[in-house]
Design a protein around this ligand. Structure first.
Ligand SMILES: [Zn+2]
Length: 308
């Protein structure tokens, strides 16, 4: 048993839409061992059973070697302190996951939204480490995020809060699956960007994000697609800048971190985003340089942030 010098460990779980990753995390935020299992292909009825069995098996395996004192789970969706209210990706609703696991596991278990896990992980060990006040956005299928104040996640009580993706930026805009119109994520998520780009270039959904990125990187000024790409990019950056500026004007963070699949597109979008702030008066209290960082912890952020 690795318990020398009073060393204790935590078990972090990243519940993705398509896979589950479980790791032993030490007190420095380092993942020492990891188990991964695919969840896609499993029918919705079976998802809960597979999740619970995988977590219990992993805990029993890890506890033979490590003194594990707590378990944290990063959930893609809406969560309160003890219930998964809704996870569209996993097809879960009102799932009392902690209560179920606690029948077999006798140490504290906590759950937290995955974007908040990534935010606290980036704030503690990653791109936002140097800052006490920060904003973190995950730009992917939707937009998630969190606000860090005094190195801690903004306390929103037992309600999720920080529904950054559902901040309305266009009255009577595009319909959102939350029931309202004109939500930020309908314009500034990576899904929105990629879909707009595919549409403008006349591509089907089969053209992957990776392929789109390659096309963006390889298109030169003289190419016929150049203007089309620039137009889609410009519109996307305008919406993204607008939403971020709204948040900056409220919270005045020292830095803004961006995670999710935006990170891969960082090389073709990040400078344009900074330029948007430099060239327009988006901020109520102007600053010299907007400090925008892309996330550095990648897919480890969920596991690490779940136990912070
Ligand atoms: Zn919405």
């Amino acid at each position: 048993m690795k318990e020398k010098n009073n060393l204790f460990y935590k078990m972090g779980i990243d519940l993705g839409g398509s896979h589950i990753a479980i790791g032993v995390v030490d007190s420095n935020g380092k993942i020492l061992e990891k188990i991964e299992k695919r969840l896609n292909g499993i029918i919705t009825k079976e998802v809960k059973r597979v999740i619970e069995e995988t977590i219990i098996e992993s805990f029993n395996k890890f506890k033979e070697e490590y003194k594990i004192i707590e378990i944290g789970i990063a959930i893609p969706g809406t969560v309160t302190k003890d219930v998964v209210v809704k996870s569209v990706n996993l097809g879960l609703q009102n799932y009392k996951i902690i209560e179920e696991l606690q029948k077999k596991i006798n140490i504290p278990i906590k759950i937290r939204n995955d974007a908040k896990c990534a935010a606290i992980a980036e704030s503690t060990y990653g791109s936002l480490k140097k800052y006490e006040r920060a904003l973190f956005l995950t730009l992917g299928t939707g937009i998630g995020g969190a606000v860090i104040i005094d190195n801690k996640l903004l306390n929103t009580g037992n309600l999720p809060g920080c529904e950054i993706g559902h901040m309305v930026i266009e009255k009577n805009g595009i319909e959102c699956n939350c029931g309202r119109r004109g939500c930020f994520e309908r314009y500034a998520s990576m899904k929105a960007f990629k879909n707009n780009l595919r549409k403008a270039l006349g591509y089907t959904e089969e053209v992957s994000g990776k392929e789109l990125l390659a096309i963006m990187k390889n298109t030169r000024k003289k190419d016929e697609n150049y203007k089309i790409i620039e137009k889609v990019k410009k519109e996307y950056i305008e919406y993204l800048g607008l939403g971020i500026a709204n948040l900056v004007n409220i919270f005045e963070p020292e830095a803004i971190g961006i995670g999710g699949s935006f990170v891969y597109f960082g090389e073709v979008l990040l400078e344009d985003l900074k330029e948007e702030f430099d060239s327009k008066n988006l901020l109520f209290n102007p600053r010299k340089d907007i400090n925008i960082q892309t996330a550095v912890l990648g897919n480890e952020a969920g596991i690490i942030g779940a136990v912070l």
